[in-house]
Write a new protein. Structure first.
Ligand SMILES: [Ca+2]
Ligand SMILES: [Ca+2]
Length: 474
């Protein structure tokens, strides 16, 4: 009996203690503040958008002449809504002789006739805005076409335009008195000397790209004023901002700092390059000059002031520049508090990764950008653009969905090039290479990877979608 009684008491004590402990625990939990969700930051549209690049010439032809046009783009805007696109940027749509497919602009204030009229542009912009899609234009500040009024006037030494471009006298040839030499050894991005002789002016002009693309002189305040005027013209029309082209080449060394002459770039010493090829020299005086960032910071000031004056949705500048990570990050701003582009395009997936990359390579590439990026800035990611082979050619076709998913899952902005949402691959259409070679039979390109840079390989990317988008996106 005793043992039964002891067991009963023990049970009562255990149950009693259990009830008390449970009650205390419940009371503690019940009185605790509920766990608060992570603080949500209200992001502006450009801080988390899907940004879609259109190459107008090859996107969609509306009138059957084989050339993409603005009406074609307008007719496909619903596709962007369905695809979840928030903003689009268009490669140049301005008047151009098309030596470099629109990157040689002869009139920064007019629409190129093959793409349509200003009315077509206004209609595109209105319809895009009705659908909630932002529209950015390609702003090409480094150079104009040699057919532009700017250049014609500058070559003719018209007052006010004399110094619009980078002009320099010939150097004497020590071995031949009747010969002339260019002002320096600078090599154009498209190979050969970056200097071209003008019979009209009897001087050389600088062209970091094609001969028909003379470089503006950004040491001339009138040039900087004109750039602001161009941006204002399009902002007044209602565009939401700009993708700014080829910034690393915007400024070159000042002869005033080098005894009155343009200094030669140092030689790379790489045996595989000849003097006319990019890579023969190190672009010390022709690329990534620190002064160019001040111009970008001035543009940001202008855009922000415009925003203050006009209100409305935020206008943006996204900058293009293939540079090393430190020089790229300076486009965001510097440690003195100057602010530049809303973001510089991140080309790391294009340049650093390929079908041979491991998961570790991907992680490293992502973390590197996030590590170097200034605190609080907005990252962006992209796997292709008009200047590079399409993602399925650089990676593998069965990686496309994964790449697009990664792009969309990472923080910040997902940038995509027309056709990447369907894994567009020009290599499936070899006949288009024939077409390309008819257009650019002799163009020499020597980009970073000379062994793989076949002539005019980027034109392939610029042309390929004219058929595929017509066939697949409708
Ligand atoms: Ca057309
Ligand atoms: Ca330049």
């Amino acid at each position: 009996m005793h043992s039964m009684k002891a067991l009963g008491i023990t049970l009562i004590v255990v149950i009693g203690v259990g009830v008390i402990a449970g009650a205390i625990t419940w009371a503690v939990i019940a009185t605790r503040e509920p766990a608060s969700p992570p603080e949500l930051i209200d992001l502006d549209w450009w801080q988390h958008c899907v940004l879609y690049q259109i190459y107008p010439r090859s996107f969609k032809d509306s009138d059957g002449n084989g050339i993409g046009d603005l009406k074609g783009i307008t007719s496909q805007l619903e596709h962007f809504v369905e695809a979840g696109v928030d903003a689009m940027w268009m490669s140049p749509i301005f008047e151009s002789p098309m030596v470099d497919f629109g990157y040689d602009i002869s009139n920064f204030y007019e629409i190129h006739h093959e793409y349509g009229t200003m009315e077509d542009f206004d209609n595109l912009l209105r319809r895009a805005h009705e659908l909630g899609i932002k529209v950015l234009l390609d702003f090409v500040p480094n150079h104009a076409s040699n057919a532009s009024e700017y250049f014609i006037k500058s070559e003719a030494m018209e007052p006010g335009y004399e110094d619009f471009f980078v002009w320099a006298d010939a150097l004497p040839d020590p071995n031949n008195a009747s010969n002339r030499l260019p002002p320096s050894n600078w090599v154009s991005q498209f190979a050969n000397s970056a200097w071209e002789w003008s019979d009209v002016r009897q001087q050389y002009y600088l062209h970091q790209f094609a001969i028909e693309q003379p470089d503006f002189n950004f040491r001339n305040p009138a040039v900087k004023d004109e750039m602001i005027k161009i941006m204002k013209f399009w902002l007044d029309k209602g565009v939401d901002g700009f993708r700014v082209d080829a910034l690393p080449y915007m400024m070159e060394a000042d002869p005033a700092d080098h005894g009155g002459r343009y200094p030669d770039d140092p030689l790379s010493g790489l045996a595989e390059f000849e003097p006319h090829q990019l890579g023969y020299t190190i672009p010390l005086y022709t690329k990534d000059l620190i002064e160019l960032y001040d111009v970008v910071y001035e543009w940001r000031e202008f855009i922000d002031q415009y925003q203050k004056d006009k209100g409305g949705e935020t206008r943006v500048i996204f900058s293009e520049g293939y540079a090393n990570v430190s020089m790229t990050m300076l486009y965001y701003g510097n440690e003195d508090g100057d602010i530049g582009a809303h973001f510089p395009f991140n080309f790391d997936f294009i340049r650093e990764l390929s079908d041979e990359s491991t998961a570790r390579d991907f992680a490293y590439t992502v973390l590197r950008w996030l590590t170097y990026m200034p605190a609080g800035a907005v990252p962006n990611w992209q796997t292709g653009n008009h200047d590079n082979n399409r993602a399925p050619s650089r990676f593998r076709i069965n990686m496309v969905d994964g790449l697009n998913s990664l792009n969309l899952l990472l923080p910040g902005v997902a940038v995509t090039y027309q056709g990447e949402e369907i894994g567009g691959n020009p290599n499936e259409r070899p006949e288009q290479n024939l077409f390309r070679n008819l257009i650019f039979p002799n163009k020499i390109r020597t980009r970073n990877r000379p062994e793989t840079s076949l002539p005019s390989d980027k034109e392939d990317e610029r042309r390929a979608l004219s058929f595929r988008v017509a066939g697949l996106c409708l």
